[in-house]
Ligand binder design. Sequence first.
Ligand SMILES: Cc1ncc(COP(=O)(O)O)c(C=O)c1O
Length: 373
Amino acid sequence: MNKTKQIEFHVGKPNIPNKAKLLSNFSEVLESEWLSNNGPKVLELENQIQERLRVKHCICVCNATIGIQLTIKALELSGEIIVPSFTFVATAHAIHWLGLKPIFCDINLKDHLIDPKHIESLITPNTSAIMAVSLWGQPCNYNEIQKIADNHNINVIYDSAHSFGCKHQDTYLGNFGDAEVFSFHATKVFSCMEGGAITTNCDEIAEKLRLIRNFGFQGPDNSVLVGINAKMNEISAAYGLVSLCDLDRIINKNKVNFHLYCDLFAKFREIEFLNFSKNHQTNYQYVVAKVIPEIRDSLVNFYHQRGIWVRKYFHPGCHKMKAYRDQISVYPELGNTSIVSSEIILFPTGLQVTEDDIKRFADILNEFLFSSI
Ligand SMILES: Cc1ncc(COP(=O)(O)O)c(C=O)c1O
């Protein structure tokens, strides 16, 4: 067999929404000759997101990484921010890039979310905020996290890059903490190609975010705050408006795929899929499987050789990545982060993945297990 097969499937393959509508929306933008600077498509998208998530303010930005940075600036944070190590490295980079220190925290084994008990133990006089990540579209332990923040008079930001369209009980994610940040990157369930948004129910934070997103300009000539360019452009917003119409269809397809994975892999005792709590609604964007660590890396290679680009997210955890490990003075022992990052595999999902594809992925696992006896 050809060992260097082209990639046929990969985690995070874009779900392209209705092409005719996309082209018509792009054409409207070009006809209007309004390409950026808070144009009508961005305003429309912000309104639709506010309505959908039932949140007071949505501030669209060019991507979530910059969105996190704007939020840190708007809240005037300094010193240390407690963040899970088990996240996409952008969460930590956004903090570090502003000259603040990410303090890496451990996660729960059960759901891979930040462990509130460990947060408490990491708080110092320099801590200004907790940045929790609603990983895999799951709500964090909001009550516990808010209680800790209130006790220590610090802020809470949620990196909800994974979580657009998810609910905690009856409340959409986007309504928790001081602010939440979503990613609308091409790989996400709801996409603007590149983009993101910050949501908040606080008028003051929203006003500040809107100012600093556009160089701090209040009126055409008056910069009242040191801001930056974090604006979303009109073509991205036009893409997002079409993507939003397709969101329920994409989430439903992901849900069907998730249950097919659970059923078709049920015969293998070597693999188990992370199940989502019945208490909330997820977007099923990530199909996360746990395998025994001894086979994880060779199984990933086995799939890659067959053109199935499964992933080991977020191996080995930010604190062990070169970008951070050399500059951490007291190396944190994050036992659960090490366990989880050595045992999980993410599988492809989305509109293009069919039942036959998932059957094939299961057959490949069967072949792997036979070949390694
Ligand atoms: C948890 C998390 N945070 C932040 C980001 C950064 O998002 P963006 O690519 O929109 O900057 C991502 C991107 O995948 C992510 O997964």
